[in-house]
Design a protein. Structure first.
Length: 357
């Protein structure tokens, strides 16, 4: 499904009248009055569980325990804490194998599998390239050829050596480091979902900063899941369409606000770890998958690959779906393309009279 949209304001376009204010590139989640909300800060954002008001009395307490577990995982995964497992790994793994927490070992295994599936478009070792382009401190710049070459030497998931028996990880190249920013939230959400489901909670939505979402069951009886409004990548108060999510995860990646122009070319902060250059031909890419670690990582990798390759990947892997948003020109007009999402689950807002099919 393909259409060109001239987005309209939230109040006019969004049928979910009390949707939350989204963060950059994030979808918008409806919060009608009959929902219970449990919120806790973690991983530099807010995680929230939404449940129908008629859930069992124990459900909010279970949700709170699940969110507290996410905070525990943050203590393992955060590169901003010197005492975390990942910080120790980044300090020592170039010199020797480092034994790590089982959750860190598992998420690195997942990340490597997705790196292999995407041909290296997703790579948790790409941090030196993000630094070289100045996006770490939000001051994008073109690095010198020497800086780029040095950064590329320290990047490559193939240079991660894992020992499953010993639960150790070693870096084969000096200067390497791991950052789980593009998969960590998703993994944490999957862990929280497992706790909720095991405890008997059937209908809920959980998200981390709205850019990573998991929905189970339905918001109301008879509805086909939970409605999620997708935001314009640059003008986040405008909505592009609505997707119904049920027993699935949804993640959005994009460079709508972190970019600069170099020789007339728009360069965003999503770096292709294979070339060292900003990748992708979209403003944003939203990906639907069965689990959040997968949707998070694939949204990043397929964004870098661009819409043609992303389309091929999704069509070759049943259970995935994407919504790509591309800039038509330098106005607010965008082209929205949905792939492998059933028509009854995807509703574009304010469809243009210009038919591209």
């Amino acid at each position: 499904m393909k259409n060109v949209l001239q987005p309209q304001s939230n109040s006019a376009a969004n049928p979910l009248n009390n949707a939350a204010s989204p963060s950059e590139n994030s979808p918008s989640i409806a919060r009608p009055g009959e929902l219970i909300s449990v919120i806790r800060p973690a991983m530099a954002t807010e995680f929230e569980v939404l449940m129908p008001a008629d859930v069992d009395r124990e459900a909010p307490e279970i949700a709170l325990e699940a969110l507290e577990w996410i905070r525990t995982l943050e203590g393992i995964f955060s590169v901003y804490r010197s005492d975390s497992d990942i910080s120790k790994l980044n300090r020592e793994a170039a010199e020797r194998p480092v034994r790590v927490d089982p959750h860190l070992f598992k998420i690195v295994q997942q990340a490597i599998a997705i790196s292999e599936a995407t041909g290296g478009a997703f790579d948790i070792t790409a941090g030196p390239l993000v630094d070289a382009w100045g996006f770490t401190n939000r001051s994008g710049r073109k690095p010198s050829d020497e800086e780029l070459a040095a950064a590329l030497q320290a990047v490559g998931y193939q240079n991660l050596e894992l020992d499953a028996d010993q639960q150790t990880i070693r870096f084969k190249q000096p200067g390497m480091r791991i950052n789980l920013g593009a998969i960590g939230k998703g993994y944490a959400l999957d862990q929280a979902v497992a706790m909720l489901v095991t405890s008997g909670v059937e209908n809920f939505l959980i998200h981390g900063g709205q850019s990573s979402i998991v929905a189970r069951g339905s918001r109301r009886p008879g509805e086909p899941g939970w409605p999620i409004a997708l935001s314009h990548p640059i003008r986040s108060h405008r909505k592009l369409g609505r997707v119904w999510l049920q027993n699935e995860s949804l993640s959005t990646s994009g460079s709508g606000k972190q970019f600069f122009h170099y020789r007339g070319q728009r360069l965003g902060h999503m770096i292709d770890p294979r070339t060292g250059w900003p990748g992708g031909d979209l403003l944003s890419l939203t990906l639907i998958a069965k689990v959040a670690a997968e949707s998070d990582a694939l949204a990043t990798g397929l964004f870098v690959d661009g819409m043609p390759k992303a389309t091929q990947f999704v069509e070759a892997n049943p259970g995935l779906g994407i919504v790509g948003v591309a800039e038509v020109d330098r106005s607010s007009e965008v082209e929205v393309v949905a792939v492998a999402i059933a028509d009854e689950r995807w509703e574009p807002f304010q469809e243009s009279s210009r038919d591209l099919n």
